[in-house]
Design a binder for this molecule. Sequence first.
Ligand SMILES: Cc1cc2nc3c(=O)[nH]c(=O)nc-3n(C[C@H](O)[C@H](O)[C@H](O)COP(=O)(O)O)c2cc1C
Length: 308
Amino acid sequence: MKNVLVVYYTQSGQLLEIAKNVVSTLEISSEISVTYHQIKPVKKYDFPWEKETFFDVFPESFLQIPCKLEEPQPEVLSKKYDLVILAYQIWYLTPSIPINSFLKSETAKQLLKDTPVVTVIGCRNMWIQAQEKMKVLLQEVQAKLVGNIVLVDRHINHISVITIEKWMFSGKKESYLGVFPKPGVSQKDIDEATKFGKPILKDLLQGDYKNLQYNLLKIGAVKVKPFLVLVDKRANVLFGKWANLIIKKGKPGEKKRLKWIGYFNKYLKFAIWCVAPIVFIVFLLTYLPFLGQIKKDQKYYASVDQKL
Ligand SMILES: Cc1cc2nc3c(=O)[nH]c(=O)nc-3n(C[C@H](O)[C@H](O)[C@H](O)COP(=O)(O)O)c2cc1C
């Protein structure tokens, strides 16, 4: 019997639906036993979000400051796992606070040490540097990343910015004004996530994952968009400056800090709506000379390799 643990944190339930679809293909085998571990922060993050709170979690998210989590069910800790499926959201270009907190916990050390891990990301579209941070977190608990599956909102960047905001603040995954597309990962992509279970099942039964990511890529597990690689990298530098500045202004919810969160929010809007389009034009104009590097980056970010 092979034991599989699914660790997840989701607010809308979208990510659990994706993870369940991936795992449904594993469960066809009578040799697989699946256990779920839902990450639960002691102080819950409300969903739908209050606008202020949504932006106020930025410094702790980006600086990867953990929160307190509830203890897992004893059943979760009672087994040794052959494979862990880690389904996570991105918050501010970083693994979400609950997932980051889990990976920094003693529980994660116990559950993940020397264990193969497949990460499953469900986000808007900016996940590249978050996955680099995830690689470090997994290395710190001595887990082995063997696969990565990324499901995103496939609409153009600016459309997905508008629709995700409406979704996060209303809690309803529906078309804004009846004009915009539905936010988040499309139902088709969610339903088709079952296909990713096949190569995972094969390698799990054989206990050999060296070709797993290659086989996952063949069926479309990851698509790396060069422009988003560039934006993600640049935004990480700028977010670092903002986060370090705001964290010094006080604790979450404090008046002085909220004033700065307000400035950050305005800056974010300016960067998305005014700076990003200019950067996009420059990117297109300078695309060809950098093609070699772009291809190299695409290959690396689609892989489970880790830069030294
Ligand atoms: C505070 C916050 C920040 C987010 N930041 C990002 C981000 O930087 N990149 C991204 O692609 N998605 C981002 N998202 C979207 C989430 O990754 C995720 O898709 C969304 O919260 C829905 O997840 P769920 O359906 O599992 O609850 C953010 C969401 C929240 C709540």
